[in-house]
Design a protein around this ligand. Structure first.
Ligand SMILES: NC(=O)C1=CN([C@@H]2O[C@H](COP(=O)(O)OP(=O)(O)OC[C@H]3O[C@@H](n4cnc5c(N)ncnc54)[C@H](OP(=O)(O)O)[C@@H]3O)[C@@H](O)[C@H]2O)C=CC1
Ligand SMILES: CC(=O)C(=O)O
Ligand SMILES: [Mg+2]
Length: 589
């Protein structure tokens, strides 16, 4: 740890200075040192005894409490006599989890452990990351959200209702027991994965994202807070469900909604810190980019669906460019996005930023390599129903597009080298589309990024089969490896922002950064791409394996800090990879 005891800790206010006195700060503060107030909750948990202690998930060890602990903490007789190791506990639970055929049952079982014994939960997940990430995250988290009221196992996170809490959010946030909150993932539940408006049941997503902060990004769960802003729900079937626990009102829009969000952001900054990171997640398109524009430089925030997704997709593209047969000059590609929402526009914006920043292109030309199809068809200059975001990619066209053109028709007109699915429309990358792409490009890029699996534009098997193994594929939700009849073997990469947001969030926190910028996501994309080796590319994966996500997150954290320093946004020195790795959350007892 970067700690020198002889200098009086606390003599420099970590929040106050960046530039002046930074080296001194580095000497007296370990990275991740508490620049906030001391956590009262943590102290309270440590002091618990007996039955109370067994009911405290952050401190409970169950049958692993040692004889000494049992004697000193009033646990004698409250546990069966034999002391077992955490390893034995893990073995027992993982064997049990493997007996469930159903992924949702696995989710519910695991969440039960989380509610009883946090460290055990995380150790189980971290030891079995490849197997359990699809349980705690996509695709299962989608189904968990759809049934959240039925599988909800207890209090986790905060539910802020526009009806009950508007005007008193600060007062409400005081009910959260931790005085040191560093990362908040917030959703209003209106666009939960590709599953639509799930209202307050969308809470599964902030919870799931933060579990990845802990398991993949090394952030201690005590610093994390999942939040749902409940401003109503426009899914009648959900509201009519007796188990639905959100507000039974139509979504509030306009000024009242904006005031609600604004009050939340200001309250977070006042209750915790201006550097508390706020990650916007799964807001509908009508609010996502708007809120990001509004708050990017008013607080420490980012929108994961826009920026995190852009970063992971660009990293995958960088990987693809290294595959023999794929055009290796980014500027010579022609991208066709199916879906022109938060994710699609975010990815195109970052591609354009790369072309401008690092390849010397002008922005107008850079944008021209990206074409979009939304629910109304191809986007072009003069088309009706264009938002401000879509207008950026509404190019002049010198061809006719029939009003009822299918995606295949558009593919034949645009002749893309890469298609990116962010549409929520399953099976839309059909056999004829993939075959056509393969006939026109040696190795087409086919990214089916919509989540969960049921919404993927095509499966990995379809992409490889229809292209005779030529497609360079990745998907938002995981697919198993594929072996084609002729023996070609592929390990599809998972193009999911989970590769990026835990590392960026960790970097922001470790660096004490004031704001989050697009350049940080560009650097993250490069960092992630640099970790994808020839060995991964050979089997078709444009990403390193998710099993390496902790190291990946630490590398991304360092890259984020470096970029923050460059932009004058860091308040602490850039840590090394080893320093970041050292402060990772370790859920061993
Ligand atoms: N892999 C990853 O890491 C990530 C994946 N995603 C996934 O991407 C998908 C989209 O997310 P996001 O962009 O945030 O969602 P948005 O709601 O912002 O955008 C969805 C887009 O799809 C378009 N669309 C909807 N129906 C059709 C249709 N029938 N034909 C053509 N286009 C259609 C919409 O058109 P219109 O504009 O006309 O309404 C809109 O442009 C989701 O499934 C989400 O889970 C999102 C973030 C990260
Ligand atoms: C992965 C993600 O953020 C999404 O599908 O919304
Ligand atoms: Mg999302």
């Amino acid at each position: 740890m970067l700690f020198v005891g002889s200098i009086k800790a606390g003599s420099v206010n970590c929040l106050s200075g960046f530039r002046g006195g930074r080296r001194v700060e580095a000497l007296i503060k370990p990275i991740w040192s508490c620049h906030y107030r001391r956590s009262s909750m943590t102290t309270m948990s440590m002091n618990k005894r007996g039955h109370e202690l067994l009911k405290e998930p952050s401190a409970n060890k169950g049958t692993a409490f040692t004889e000494g602990e049992r004697a000193s903490k009033g646990l004698d007789g409250l546990l069966p006599p034999r002391v077992v190791s955490q390893e034995t506990q893990i073995q027992r639970h993982i064997e049990y989890i493997r007996h469930f055929d159903n992924m949702l049952d696995k989710y519910v079982y695991l969440m039960g452990i989380l509610g009883r014994n946090e460290k055990l939960f995380f150790q189980i997940v971290m030891n079995n990351l490849m197997e359990l990430m699809p349980v705690i995250y996509t695709p299962t988290v989608g189904e968990a959200c759809q049934k959240f009221g039925k599988v909800f196992g207890g209090a986790r996170g905060m539910w802020l209702s526009i009806k009950q809490h508007k005007g008193k959010i600060m007062e409400t946030l005081k009910n959260w027991p931790e005085d040191d909150v560093r990362v908040i993932v917030v959703s209003d539940g209106e666009r939960i994965l590709g599953l639509g408006d799930l209202g307050a049941w969308g809470m599964g997503i902030p919870i799931g994202k933060l579990l990845l902060y802990n398991a993949c990004g090394g952030v201690d769960p005590k610093y994390c807070l999942p939040v749902v802003l409940d401003n109503g729900c426009n899914t009648p079937a959900l509201r009519n469900d007796p188990q639905y626990f959100g507000e039974d009102i139509d979504r509030v829009r306009g000024k009242e909604y904006d005031e609600f969000v604004d009050e939340f952001i200001q309250a977070v900054q006042a209750r915790w810190s201006p550097q508390t990171l706020i990650q916007f997640e799964d807001f509908a398109n009508s609010n996502a980019a708007r809120l990001l524009d509004e708050y990017m430089f008013k607080c420490c925030c980012f929108n994961d669906d826009i920026q995190g997704t852009a970063s992971v997709a660009l990293a995958g593209i960088f990987g693809a460019l290294r595959i023999p047969g794929v055009e290796n000059d980014l500027s010579k590609h022609r991208f066709l996005f199916y879906g022109a929402g938060s994710a699609g526009i975010g990815i195109a914006d970052l591609i354009a930023e790369e072309l401008v920043t690092n390849m010397g292109m002008d922005l107008t030309t850079a944008k021209k390599i990206c074409w979009f199809v939304d629910s109304k068809g191809l986007i072009y200059n003069g088309r009706h129903a264009l938002t401000k975001e879509k207008e950026k990619y509404a190019h002049e066209k010198d061809f006719e597009v029939p009003a009822d053109a299918s995606l295949f028709d558009v593919v034949k007109i645009i002749k893309p080298t890469a298609i990116v699915g962010v549409s929520t429309i399953p099976q839309s990358f059909t056999e004829e589309i993939i075959k056509y792409l393969t006939e026109n490009v040696e190795r087409p890029i086919v990214f089916a990024l919509s989540n969960p699996t049921s919404k993927a534009e095509c499966t990995a098997e379809q992409a490889y089969k229809f292209s005779n193994g030529k497609a360079v594929f990745s998907s938002g939700s995981p697919f198993d490896p594929v072996t084609l009849d002729d023996g070609q073997y592929f390990v599809p990469g998972q193009g999911n922002n989970a590769y990026v947001f835990p590392g960026v969030g960790l970097g922001i926190s470790v660096g004490g950064c004031k704001h989050v910028t697009n350049a940080m996501f560009l650097e993250s994309a490069k960092t992630l791409a640099s970790l994808c080796t020839e060995e991964h590319l050979k089997v078709g994966s444009v990403y390193p394996p998710i099993s390496e996500v902790q190291d990946i997150s630490a590398h991304i954290a360092v890259a984020t800090c470096k970029q923050a320093e460059k932009e004058g946004l860091a308040t602490r020195p850039v840590p090394s990879f080893e320093e970041v790795r050292k402060v990772f959350y370790h859920p061993t007892y």
